[in-house]
Design a protein around this ligand. Structure first.
Ligand code: HEM
Length: 219
């Protein structure tokens, strides 16, 4: 029965062709260091799923944000678990993306013809850090407020355009409901869209070019 359903779907969707093009590929000898990109991808999916559930109860307004988080922690069934996974997953994702980058650097995997894999990776690293920065403000507690005050102040030290960056991030001269609204928008729409698009190109390139493999002594 399952076989029949699969054949029916395969004839129409070309599932086995998709499988052989994307997953059933020849790879050189690899080791555990080559799993870090997939670990980053897995964590991004977990962050996306838990984030979607959090938006069901989270309210991005200055008078409700803090209370909505308290409600997620104490009133919603398994809310503490979903938030906990999202919280720790964020740090884990930054960690894994970073050591994945170090791995590809140490193995020279950024060299010809994989320069664009590296460039899309740099965008992914920056977007991942941006997710951490914008997400940190959302609980709207003292720590979030002052950390973002300091963070946006630091952005202001960029020569010439610094004050403009600070004002653009804050949506005014100080942190306010405007800041919370734009950090929320960037956290749940802008940056995830960038990350999804970049992961698409990144993985397309990995499939197209193949894995670089462990470098030889004289490479
Ligand atoms: C959300 C972040 C990222 C995801 C989901 C991701 C995903 C992946 C996956 C699944 C692979 C293939 C398996 C592997 O080598 O681990 C890969 C390869 C690669 N990644 Fe990433 N990556 C991310 C960030 C980065 C960053 C920050 C860089 C560098 C700046 C980077 C550079 C590369 C390179 C050069 C390869 C090719 C490796 C090879 O051919 O051996 N990636 N990535």
């Amino acid at each position: 029965m399952a076989n029949k359903v699969f054949t029916w779907l395969d004839e129409r969707l070309g599932l086995s062709t998709i499988y052989s093009l994307t997953l059933d590929r020849k790879v050189p000898k690899v080791n555990w260091w080559f799993t870090l990109g997939s670990a980053s991808l897995f964590l991004f999916i977990i962050q996306g799923l838990t984030g979607i559930f959090l938006t069901v109860y989270y309210v991005p307004s200055p008078d409700r944000a803090y209370d909505s988080i308290q409600y997620i922690m104490n009133g919603v069934a398994f809310g503490w678990l979903v938030r906990g996974i999202h919280h720790w997953g964020a740090s884990l994702m930054v960690f894994f993306v970073f050591i994945h980058m170090l791995r590809t650097f140490m193995f020279g995997a950024y060299k010809y013809p994989r320069e664009l894999t590296w460039v899309t990776g740099v965008v992914l690293l920056l977007a991942t850090l941006g997710m951490g920065f914008t997400g940190y403000l959302l609980p709207w507690n003292q720590r979030a407020y002052w950390a973002t005050t300091v963070g946006t102040e630091i952005a202001g030290t960029v020569p010439f355009i610094g004050p403009f960056i600070t004002a653009a991030l804050r949506g005014g001269s100080d942190l306010s409901g405007v800041t919370l609204a734009r950090f929320f928008a960037v956290h749940i729409w802008f940056l995830p869209a960038v990350i999804v698009a970049m992961i698409g190109v990144h993985i397309y390139l990995v499939i197209r070019l193949g894995i670089a493999g462990i470098p030889e002594k004289d490479d």
